[in-house]
Design a protein around this ligand. Sequence first.
Ligand SMILES: [Zn+2]
Length: 227
Amino acid sequence: MTFLFHDTVPVATGTVSVAFTDASLDLGDLAPDDVRAAGLAELASATGATPYLMHQVHGATVHEVTTTDGFPDADGLVTTDVGVALLTRAADCVPVVLVAETGEIGAAHAGREGVRRGVVTATVERLRELGADGLRAWVGPHICGGCYEVPEEMREDIAATVPATRATTTWGTPSLDLGAGVLAQLTAAGVPVVEVGGCTREDERLHSYRRDGAAAGRLAGVVWRTA
Ligand SMILES: [Zn+2]
């Protein structure tokens, strides 16, 4: 496997690594069991941590991970534990990972509904409740505003809540820029952002629902702390 992006961040309690996978792995729930299991095994080997998945439901629920067991209905994960790699999986939606100077980590999955419902902001708030200070965010590859065509009514509906999402495709029709929406939400929350870049629909190294349809794989944002 290869990481599309990988960086390490010194924190008060060790080192945190952030990474985004590419299409060399398919970590989606629709992947054949052996494919996903192989991907998770490769990820465990590469990170030295136990991958932790959430069952993403396009909501704003944030789950605190205190054990490596479980598959909670959630779109945000936070933890203070070492040895667990939090995963946010996406194929056009926006994967976000968060790191605090104080050592807490988080991951969020923000699609259209997640942006509207504020899952990224909710994840930031949950981290701060755990004592997180000096938060930073990494926003992973997602479909860009030039590609994410939606009906005009849908664009106006989402933009009424998060104006930064209002966009136009490269061919001149209504679209949503979910990355711009997430960036606006993180900025409003006082969290500096590293944009990893890349449009999932345009870049064949990435999984894309809009390009590949219902059988599309899923990439992952991954964050883990080592002592
Ligand atoms: Zn694009």
